[in-house]
Design a protein around this ligand. Structure first.
Ligand SMILES: [Ca+2]
Ligand SMILES: [Ca+2]
Length: 96
């Protein structure tokens, strides 16, 4: 997105990608709201796998060092999704 970093919900919710671009942080492999060692472990345990895996952070169909590095570089970032929206997401996931 090219709008201001402050146009997203929360504080520092977007990562400055440079050249006026902003994006959401990737790396929450476990989908628990924070990017931490557990996510890096997931990316590590899925390494060298092809297909749809939680450790495939960039969704290119391969879990490799790029995914682990992305998790590491975004470590200690917490999700900025409002609680109500997160509940809705979790409900949708349970219904699948
Ligand atoms: Ca996580
Ligand atoms: Ca990948």
């Amino acid at each position: 997105m090219r709008t201001s970093q402050t146009n997203a919900y929360g504080t520092n919710a977007l990562k400055d990608l440079g050249s006026g671009y902003y994006g959401v942080y990737s790396g929450d492999c476990e989908n628990n709201g924070t990017i931490d060692s557990g996510d890096r472990n997931t990316a590590w345990n899925n390494r060298n796998s092809t297909g749809y895996y939680d450790g495939d952070v960039n969704l290119d169909g391969v879990v490799d060092s790029y995914d682990r590095n992305k998790v590491w570089n975004n470590r200690n970032v917490a999700e900025q999704v409002p609680a109500v929206s997160k509940k809705s997401v979790n409900k949708i996931k349970k219904e699948k």
